[in-house]
Design a protein around this ligand. Sequence first.
Ligand SMILES: Cc1cc2nc3c(=O)[nH]c(=O)nc-3n(C[C@H](O)[C@H](O)[C@H](O)COP(=O)(O)OP(=O)(O)OC[C@H]3O[C@@H](n4cnc5c(N)ncnc54)[C@H](O)[C@@H]3O)c2cc1C
Length: 386
Amino acid sequence: MSESLFSFEPVQLPANAVALRDEVRLFVAEHIKAAAFDPRLNAWGTRHPAFSRACGAMGYIGMCWPKRYGGHERSALERFVVIEELLAAGAPVGCHWVADRQSGTQILRHGSEEAKQTIIPKIVKGECYFSIGMSEPDSGSDLAAVRCRARRIEGGWQITGSKVWTSAAHMAHYLILLARTQAVEEDRHAGLTQFIVDTSEPGFATRPIYNLYGAHEFNEVILDNYFVPDAMVLGEVGQGWRLVTGELAFERSGPDRFMSTFQLLLDSIRQLSQAGDADRQCLQDLGRLIVHLSSLRRMSSSIAGKLERGENPAIEAALVKDLGTAFEREVPEVFRRLLAIEPSMGSSAAYDENLGMSLLRSPSFTLRGGTREILRGMIARGLGLR
Ligand SMILES: Cc1cc2nc3c(=O)[nH]c(=O)nc-3n(C[C@H](O)[C@H](O)[C@H](O)COP(=O)(O)OP(=O)(O)OC[C@H]3O[C@@H](n4cnc5c(N)ncnc54)[C@H](O)[C@@H]3O)c2cc1C
């Protein structure tokens, strides 16, 4: 077996991260008191432009990015605390989420100076939203099969093709899009490139795809002879596979991968205590969920510590996403069993509706960002089993 087993060293939060936690709690409490938002399930998929701007004004976006582009040069552990508190409060952070979690970092690492200067300061203010342009009709898990094609023309690239399941592309200012810049040869991973696509330019269109509960959250994206200038190419042409796998590590490791149903967990505990009939089985089930949650928290904070030290925790991130999304799926199933409440859509009782909504949403948790089978393949490789 390989020596490269993963590790989750415990981290000690620095004193400034602890102080920051109190600050964020106060910030969200004031917004809830002012009725600026209701705590929501799936907070990072809930979009609220004014709240994103307020997060920007507080310095909660681009926390680890360089000051010369508007960032705050704070630590990954401080960022972890802010993210965790916003999600725990069910705050609607969806507008800026993808840009802050992965796209901005990708641009800072691999983008041109022009891209950094024009885009990063707007992200930091909470005014610029990104979507992820990876999946296509026949290439979700198998990203190397992308067929969206970029052709070299004077001054840049012309892209033609389509993407699917592109969350919030109809509201985004930009996408980071993976396209094929060279025909498939022996190495399927060669000849791919990432581009920054401005959604306001000609040749870009979206069509809604309605999800299981009838909402328009994701889209089909169509690119028709869409022009990307050279300044909006990420990294070296043909190196897109390396870039996209690096981006996925950022997408997979954070508390967003186990906190989508955290508000339901809190509300369910309140329901149980009001009903006053928690038996031994119920307490055991609750205890198991809480222990899982605290283990996931510790693993995810350990990854923030690795990022702080400049390590690449891609395999650890896959493990957190696999276990975390299984946890967030399990929460509604456990309480559906424990409470004599009928989950329902359109119910006047908020809890019944949240339970119904969580049940309809939860199958997607283990798909978005990479399916469990794919993650387990990566984990097996990390363990030296493949
Ligand atoms: C809510 C939601 C939001 C999304 N948002 C975005 C977005 O913003 N941008 C974006 O680009 N994509 C997005 N996606 C797409 C998502 O990343 C893909 O659905 C996912 O990667 C799986 O791809 P697929 O749907 O093509 O399924 P497939 O790849 O066809 O897989 C079908 C099944 O086969 C299994 N399978 C496939 N290959 C293997 C293998 N090698 N070994 C074992 N099993 C395998 C899979 O695990 C899965 O169970 C979103 C998806 C959802 C549900």
